[in-house]
Structures are given as C-alpha cells and as structure tokens.
Design a protein around this ligand. Structure first.
Ligand code: NAP
Length: 284
C-alpha cells in the first residue's frame, strides 16, 4: 500500500508559516495585497475565487475581488488591469480563467505586469521558466514540486511521464521535473499506447480532466502518482483523473482528490503574492 501525499496537511503547514511571515512583514509596513478579477458568473470560477479570498484573509493578505459582467469589453478589462498594475496596494493580480469568448486570453495575460503575475501565466514568466531561470511559476505544478520536496521524493534520473500539455499544468510541470533532473515525457490525447508509456514511469503526473481515466493498467508498481484532475461524477462528487482505490495499492506515493494538489495550488498563489510584496521592497 502506498503512502498518501497529503496536500491539505502540507498546505496548512505552509499557510501557517506564510501567516507568520505576513505578520512580520506588516510590522515593517509591508502589506501584501492580491486582487482577483472575475468576469461573468461561471459557477466553478465563483467557487475558486471565494476560496482564494478566504485563504488570503486567513493569512492576513489584503485581498479584493473585482466582479465584472459577462459583457465587459476586452478594452475595458485591459484598462482595469492597467489600473491594478499601477495600484501599489496590490502585489498580485489574478484574472480568473476561463474568460468569455469575446475576450482574447493571451492579450489579457500579456497586459498583467509580470512582477504582479502571481499565477505565473504571463508569457514572460513562462519564457523564464522554460529558459531555466524562473521567477513566477504556475501554481499547480509549483505546488506539486513542493510535495515532492516535502515527501523526500528524489527525482534525479527518474523516468517521469506527464499526461496533459496545457500551459498552466502539463507543460510547466514537465519543465519543473526536467529542471529537477528527471527524464520527462509529455503525453496527450494523440499519444499512442498511453498505458504502455505510463507503465514505464517512476513518476506519473496526471492532468487530463477525465474522471477515473487512469486505472491500475497505467501504473508501474512502486510509481509515484500525482492526480491533478478535478472532475464531478454523476452524483456531483469531486473525483480525480486517477482511479484511486485501484491505483493506491500499487503506487509508492499517491495524492488523493480532494485534499491533494488543490490545496497546494492555492497555497503557492499566496506564497507568490507574499514573495512579490517582498521583491517590490527589494527584500529578495
Ligand atoms: P486542459 O487544458 O483541458 O488539458 C487537458 C490535457 O489532457 C490536454 O493536453 C489533452 O490533450 C489531454 N488529454 C485529454 N484527453 C486525453 C486522453 N484521452 N489521453 C491523454 N491525454 C488526454 O486541462 P488543464 O487545465 O491542464 O487541467 C487538467 C485537469 O486538472 C482538469 O481536471 C482541471 O480541472 C484540473 N486542474 C486542477 C487544478 C488543481 O489545483 N487541482 C489546477 C488546474 C487544473 P490534447 O492537448 O491533445 O487535447
């Protein structure tokens, strides 16, 4: 049986440390601030934004949520971003994705001051990451690296397979694993004989978005399995991309859903907001 990589527990520990750090910074008149821009009424986005606001408040980070109507124009949204780029109260700006179809996501990400891009999605920050000199890092893969670190999982020379090639999870995950000296393969929907490939993996990160897709047939005994997926089953229950009950007996380490990767993602968002506030004061 595998050891559980408990993201919730690790996130709580890191958040407690961050809260102390914020207190210490406050004493020196540094007040980390995060603004979240939410367009429209997407129910999942509303939940994510509420969670971010709640955690920011718990840590003593000054936070604000700006809600805009679904019909806001691209120009109006870009103007709002510019306003917050200049607002010294905020060290982090996050635009909750997805955006309505009439707004060009790339234009929006490019408009955020890279120094305030605490999600790590700005092309400059992605470029720095892929050049091996990261500043802001996409929070989900960053949180997963912290889990590997906390559980003493040595990545050097390991065969890693990442399923999924999105800019926010799969690709940056692969790059971080590469930077940690793993030998990395990225798989996607066109990959042939996926299970044969993933059975070679010592480290398997699954970021597909299909409930219980990865069964025991995909996993090498002793592998470390990280499940990024967040899906709803037919009863509305949150489930991962990995069939946990079947895979857990095989794996050496495994993350659950919920209480796995999710809480780490939000923690890294807060960590990068605090780091951004310190950097602005020249303290990093
Ligand atoms: P995405 O942009 O939809 O990307 C999904 C990836 O999975 C794509 O690269 C796609 O391949 C690949 N894929 C789809 N079907 C496949 C198949 N049958 N076999 C192999 N690969 C397949 O999703 P994402 O934003 O990366 O998110 C992935 C999952 O993680 C979602 O469930 C999302 O909700 C979750 N997520 C969780 C967190 C968290 O904090 N826990 C954060 C972000 C995302 P193609 O490129 O070929 O289409």
């Amino acid at each position: 049986m595998s050891e559980l990589m408990n993201g919730k527990e690790l996130a709580e520990k890191m958040q407690a440390e961050l809260a102390l750090k914020v207190k210490e910074l406050n004493e020196r008149q540094i007040n980390p601030g995060l603004v979240v821009l939410l367009v429209g009424e997407n129910p999942a986005s509303q939940v994510y934004v509420r969670n971010k606001e709640r955690v920011a408040n718990q840590l003593g980070i000054y936070s604000k949520v700006e809600r805009y109507s679904q019909t806001i124009s691209e120009d109006e949204l870009l103007n709002e971003i510019e306003k917050y780029n200049k607002d010294p109260r905020f060290h982090g700006i996050l635009v909750q994705l997805p955006l309505p179809k009439h707004i060009d996501e790339e234009k929006v990400l490019l408009a955020i001051d890279p120094k305030k891009d605490v999600d790590g999605f700005h092309p400059l920050n992605l470029g720095r990451l892929f050049a091996g000199n990261p500043d802001k890092i996409p929070c989900t893969p960053y949180g997963i690296m912290k889990m590997f670190e906390a559980y003493d999982i040595d990545l050097t020379g390991k065969r890693a397979v990442v399923i999924g090639r999105s800019n926010i999870v799969g690709k940056p995950m692969a790059q971080l694993l590469l930077m940690a000296d793993a030998t990395v393969t990225i798989a996607h929907s066109k990959t042939k004989d996926l299970a044969a490939l993933t059975r070679e993996a010592d480290i398997l990160v699954v970021a597909i978005g299909r409930g219980h897709f990865v069964t025991k047939d995909f996993v090498k005994p002793g592998a470390v399995v990280v499940d990024v997926g967040m899906n709803r089953d037919e009863n509305g229950k949150l489930i991962g991309d990995v069939k946990f009950d079947e895979v857990a007996p095989l794996a050496s380490y495994i993350t659950p859903v919920p209480k796995g990767v999710g809480p780490m993602t939000i923690t890294m968002l807060m960590a990068q907001t605090v780091q951004s506030a310190e950097a602005e004061r020249g303290e990093l």
